[in-house]
Design a protein around this ligand. Structure first.
Ligand SMILES: [Cu+2]
Length: 306
């Protein structure tokens, strides 16, 4: 897994921003340098030796107006469309911001919804059309290496078109203050080879894996006995609850709780037992009353949900 520098564009939408920033920084620096040179030259001169009208009208009005007008036209032409038209081969992904996690949806060939959370897998090289909204307050979707940021508004769909050049993993972050745990509302975009992506999507479409080891079976029972299913859906095991992330394939994800913890056995146990210590205010209670064996069993079952 590579998490490249934030300034390294990994797709064409981000590259357009990189080009614009490069030209603005370089141009701004060049103009600044010229002005400083002229200032230095003028310092030793007598008053009256400078052609004031030429400099004021030319350098103060004509030059900035021409430069700013040209830059304005060019940056507008480089700005992505507000309502982009998805190319025919685009993959459509729905993302809904919640305080403080991301619900992610795909559609299979038959039109059924495939749900995951906090991690968006995409095929490298193919355009991806994101339909973004929010379930509560305003959030903002931002994965700097792939595209610019765009607000996620309750009751309104916003769109973003992006494409990753090659396989890789990039971290994104909610970019609009949305409450106490805004800082722990990260997400990951994982671009895969197209064939690997299709295999992943098919696996995500399946209901939860059967719990075969006895400990995993005990974990599934404890999950139900503790009413985790009041908020979490596990397709094939529980009914549709949507207050928390869909856990059908939670074991296949890299992180827990929107980039807060690594998705390891220790991470899962720490999360379930100490939610309010790890991410205080998160809309899940701490289960610190669970004994170690139960906690371990739940974690084993969740880890096996690949
Ligand atoms: Cu936020």
């Amino acid at each position: 897994m590579t998490v490249g520098g934030v300034l390294q564009a990994a797709g064409d939408a981000a590259r357009a921003i990189e080009t614009v920033s490069g030209v603005l920084f370089a141009g701004g620096f060049a103009i600044f340098a010229v002005v400083m040179l002229l200032l230095a030259r003028s310092l030793g001169r007598r008053a009256g030796a400078v052609r004031a009208r030429l400099w004021i009208v030319g350098g103060g009005i004509v030059f900035p107006t021409a430069v700013l007008a040209a830059l304005f036209a060019w940056t507008v032409s480089m700005t992505p469309a507000w309502k982009p038209v998805p190319p025919a081969d685009a993959l459509v992904v729905g993302v809904t911001g919640h305080m403080w996690w991301w619900d992610v949806r795909y559609r299979d060939a038959g039109g059924a919804t495939i749900r995951t959370a906090n991690e968006i897998r995409i095929p490298a090289g193919r355009p991806v059309y994101l339909a973004l909204d929010s379930a509560d307050v305003i959030h903002s979707f931002w994965v700097p290496q792939l595209a610019g940021k765009i607000d996620m508004l309750p009751g309104r769909l916003q769109h973003l078109l992006l494409r990753a050049d090659a396989p890789g993993t990039w971290r994104g972050q909610c970019a609009e203050f949305c409450g106490e745990q805004h800082a722990r509302m990260a997400l990951h975009v994982v671009a895969m080879e197209p064939a690997a992506f299709e295999a992943w999507l098919q696996a995500q479409a399946r209901p939860a894996a059967a719990a075969t080891p006895p400990r995993a079976q005990a974990g599934r029972q404890a999950f139900l006995a503790n009413r985790c299913d009041a908020c979490h859906a596990v397709r094939g095991v529980t009914a549709e609850a949507r207050l928390g992330p869909d856990l059908t394939h939670v074991g296949s994800r890299l992180h827990l709780a929107a980039g807060t913890l690594p998705n390891t056995d220790a991470g899962r146990q720490q999360w379930i037992a100490h939610v309010q210590r790890v991410k205080s205010g998160a809309r899940m209670p701490s289960y610190d009353r669970l004994d170690a064996a139960t906690l371990g069993a739940i974690s084993e079952w969740l880890g096996g949900l690949q």
